[in-house]
Design a protein around this ligand. Structure first.
Ligand code: C5P
Length: 220
């Protein structure tokens, strides 16, 4: 890598996105939310009425997939074509559809190439990338690799607080179902060899950020 690459994986509700972004900000690094890439493709498929259960139809979406993601932790806008999809990709309909496209191998290869070119792009001295397979597939050779975990109860409570307008039970069902489906594609519940595990169950948001920043400082 041409700069410091920090790889962070974890399940839904582990706080990895907000923690990674805050850690990147604290260190003057860039930030890459790889889930936003998968979500953008799922959004495009939903817009076009593509059958997302049909892998061939999903692969067809990659043709000319024009997607851009902000890596400045203070400006993480996401665009597909001319459309700003930053808010739209967080909608429940996208969360519900994204696992279907994420299990298609060609989709993963295509997005991983894109992610790796962003990691290696000239810019700030480092970049924090978070997702499900950053420590194992996208950047297994990153100098800092962290698996961010939290007990199921803590993860569900955090997610429930984030999403208005849906009952906690609905949110819990969706989060667990998404993790179950995603786990069939990549393992993000156990740390691979050499990956540090950080359990945030008993930590506040700020304590988790401090812990991540300390791990990064100790490793570089
Ligand atoms: O992290 P986030 O919840 O935004 O990820 C959305 C979805 O993208 C996940 O549920 C998973 O299906 C997919 N994903 C993935 N590999 C990654 C990041 C996200 O398969 N590295």
């Amino acid at each position: 890598w041409t700069r410091v690459v920090v790889a962070i994986d974890g399940p839904a509700g582990s706080g990895k996105s907000s923690v990674s972004r805050a850690a990147a900000r604290a260190l003057g690094y860039e930030f890459l939310d790889t889930g936003a890439g998968y979500r953008s493709l799922a959004w495009l498929g939903l817009e076009r009425g593509t059958d997302l259960e049909d892998p061939e139809a999903v692969v067809g979406l990659l043709d000319g997939f024009d997607y851009a993601i902000g890596t400045d932790p203070d400006d993480v806008r996401v665009r597909v074509g001319d459309v700003d999809v930053t808010a739209a990709i967080r909608e429940p309909r996208v969360s519900g559809a994204v696992s279907s496209i994420a299990r298609v191998p060609q989709v993963r290869v295509h997005l991983n190439d894109l992610f790796r070119s962003l990691l290696d792009a000239p810019g700030r001295p480092g970049i924090v990338a978070e997702g499900r397979d950053i420590t194992t597939v996208v950047a297994p050779d990153a100098p800092v690799r962290i698996l961010l975990t939290a007990d199921e109860m803590a993860r569900l409570a955090r997610r429930a607080g984030e999403l208005d307008g849906q009952s906690d039970a609905d949110v819990a069902r969706q989060v667990l179902e998404r993790d179950r489906r995603d786990s069939q594609v990549v393992d993000f519940m156990t740390a691979a060899d050499g990956v540090l595990t950080l359990d945030s169950t008993q930590l506040t948001f700020d304590e988790t950020i401090d812990a991540v920043v300390s791990l990064i400082r100790a490793a570089i």
